[in-house]
Design a protein around this ligand. Structure first.
Ligand SMILES: Cc1cc2nc3c(=O)[nH]c(=O)nc-3n(C[C@H](O)[C@H](O)[C@H](O)COP(=O)(O)O)c2cc1C
Length: 377
């Protein structure tokens, strides 16, 4: 059995370490005289742009053993399709996992965009289908469709994407989309349909994933709970006569020794203000079942970084140090590899790993941790 490893491309800039809060690498920071931004030498533009930094990360991941990288899509990120097109010319095998919300794009247009990307990159596109977490960020896109209806829309969208891909006239009448005699033209129709990773923890997400996903993707959760989640989606998919694989998106801090790894966490934690710690429970505001599950793993009172250790080598404070979800793995290279192996035993077939800064850590994780994972190809 081989396990696929993907890295993540930080498309909203990133700091130079987990301890620094300013995301100046990738120049997503407003002009600030005290900070030397990438692309500026002696305050003059040196021609090194944000996309050059992302390309360095993609190349680092490529030569360190990762198959590709997740390109997230949030209101504060760059646009994944455009970024993938740029990075395609800078890499040769790196695969682009485009996060995108089906509702925001016409499905026939999406099929054509994807097939063109497949054609230009020799089949290096794949999807992380996201359906949105509701609340303010959904309204940012002008989307007020309710939670379960969004998944209905996702399912219809993927029905059409598959339908038109065959290159034969395809008609469809759904609640959200109708098409008549639509088809990808030759030679686009000859391209391989992209693998689908699919995120979402709700029942509605599982219904849609079981119909269309190749990989059901979850954030890290307590291991026993993650196993239940994987079992549920696999059972549901089996009843449809299909097979589904599972994947975990997880941040890691791996160092030669466990002490060094926790020391890194402690340094980051010690810079977090009491105010930020107290406000941790108030984040969100959406209807995401997955995000609400994540917040339940966090202990009530947090006075030390140790209070956030919820299982051996699992720390639930990553969102104090950077955006995103809380759970991640901390430990020596061997321990991190062991925990990943355990996740494989629980049903994971692929991982999307990340660590800050993504450039140096792509080398570290690729060279020091991946070779220790038993399922590594
Ligand atoms: C690994 C992973 C990555 C995600 N990436 C994004 C993203 O890039 N953009 C986004 O808007 N939502 C993202 N999401 C959120 C999901 O699309 C989904 O909206 C959320 O899990 C709510 O669905 P649920 O209520 O079924 O859990 C991600 C979720 C997971 C598990």
């Amino acid at each position: 059995m081989t396990i696929d490893f993907h890295w993540r491309i930080p498309t909203h800039g990133e700091p130079s370490s987990l301890r620094a809060h300013e995301p100046f690498r990738g120049d997503w920071l407003p002009n600030n005289n005290s900070i030397r931004k990438a692309g500026l030498s002696g305050r003059k533009d040196d021609g090194f742009a944000y996309i050059d930094y992302l390309a360095e990360i993609a190349r680092a991941a490529e030569i360190s053993g990762f198959q590709g990288g997740l390109i997230p899509s949030f209101p504060m990120t760059d646009e994944p399709w455009a970024i993938s097109s740029f990075l395609a010319r800078e890499t040769s095998t790196f695969r682009f996992m485009l996060a995108f919300q089906p509702g925001f794009l016409n499905p026939v247009t999406a099929a054509r965009m994807t097939a063109s990307l497949q054609r230009a990159t020799n089949g290096r596109a794949l999807f992380n289908i996201i359906t949105g977490g509701g609340g303010p960020s959904q309204l940012w896109w002008g989307d007020s469709v309710d939670h379960d209806s969004r998944y209905t829309r996702t399912t219809e969208f993927l029905d059409i994407l598959r339908g038109v891909w065959r290159g034969e006239n395809f008609s469809y009448k759904g609640r959200f989309y109708q098409v008549e005699d639509a088809a990808l033209p030759y030679p686009l129709s000859e391209e391989e349909f992209p693998e689908i990773y699919f995120s979402g923890s709700s029942d509605a997400a599982l219904v849609s994933a079981s119909k269309h996903a190749d990989y059901y993707l979850s954030w890290l959760e307590p291991f026993a709970q993650l196993k239940d989640k994987f079992d549920r989606v696999k059972t549901r998919t089996d009843t449809l006569g299909r097979k589904i694989k599972c994947a975990v998106r997880v941040d890691i801090i791996a160092r030669p020794t466990e002490e060094e790894a926790w020391a890194e966490v402690k340094k980051g934690f010690d810079r977090v203000s009491r105010e930020t710690l107290d406000a941790l429970g108030n984040r969100g505001g959406g209807d995401s079942v997955g995000a609400n599950r994540q917040s339940k793993f966090r202990p009530g009172a947090i006075n030390s970084y140790k209070d956030l250790i919820i299982e051996p080598n699992v720390w639930s404070g990553f969102n104090l140090l950077r955006g995103g979800q809380g759970q991640g793995i901390v430990g020596s290279y061997e321990q991190v590899a062991e925990r990943l192996d355990e996740l494989v035993q629980l049903g994971a077939d692929a991982f999307i790993l990340a660590s800050t800064p993504h450039l140096e850590e792509a080398y570290r994780v690729g060279e020091e941790v991946l070779p220790l994972v038993r399922g590594h190809r």
